[in-house]
Ligand binder design. Sequence first.
Ligand SMILES: [Zn+2]
Length: 251
Amino acid sequence: MYEVYALKYGERDTTACQFFYREASHESITLHYYVWLILGGPHPILVDTGFLDDDARERGIRSYVSPAAMVERAGVKPGDVPVALITHLHYDHWAGHSLFPGAEYWIQRDEVAFWTGPYGHYPAFRQSANVGALARLVTLNYASRVRIIDGDRQVLPGIGVHRVGGHTAGLQIVTVQTRRGTVVLTSDASHFYRNVETRQPVQIITSLPEMLAAFETIHALAGAERLIVAGHDPLVADRFKPVEPGIINIA
Ligand SMILES: [Zn+2]
């Protein structure tokens, strides 16, 4: 059976009105930045890659620790990760890919198409991009290190990716069968529990209907155990079991 860990590698403060769709409140909120690690199979599987210290400096991230260091603290050498499921190509999920030099990156076709297509350069989208990291997609693809997938896919028995879109064109979420039930790693299909639990969208959107449908997909995949892991919520540490600073055992 698989075990799932959330590994926190940074924090950033913002306000509710900067974040939730049509929210008026200026209340301060804190985002936590995570990668997720799936152990217990034939090899470790990483979900997302975080970012490097350039983004940490430029974007005012607090308490930054390299995602590679967090993976190592969880007992896995970063070079020994053969598969990284990339939920989407925003800087905080993709710009750290070089930290995992042995990985094949699984990315949805719609996501690759979007960031190499006509809309990514507009300020509304570009602010979430690390352009250098996006450019390296091409070299990595020609080095046979990118697996471009289209829709729902089994990764290993008991581990699946599900294309939901909404927040980005090809956003995918990840399900993992564990002893406690099905864990749903929502990534940015639900930054906070408030998103999925009250069906409140975030402001960064490619399709609002897809984002709303994603909330229903998350609930359907999670079932009665409700092992939902929100993508940036500090509450993950309250709802699940921190085992040491920055390492949270989900199941
Ligand atoms: Zn994110």
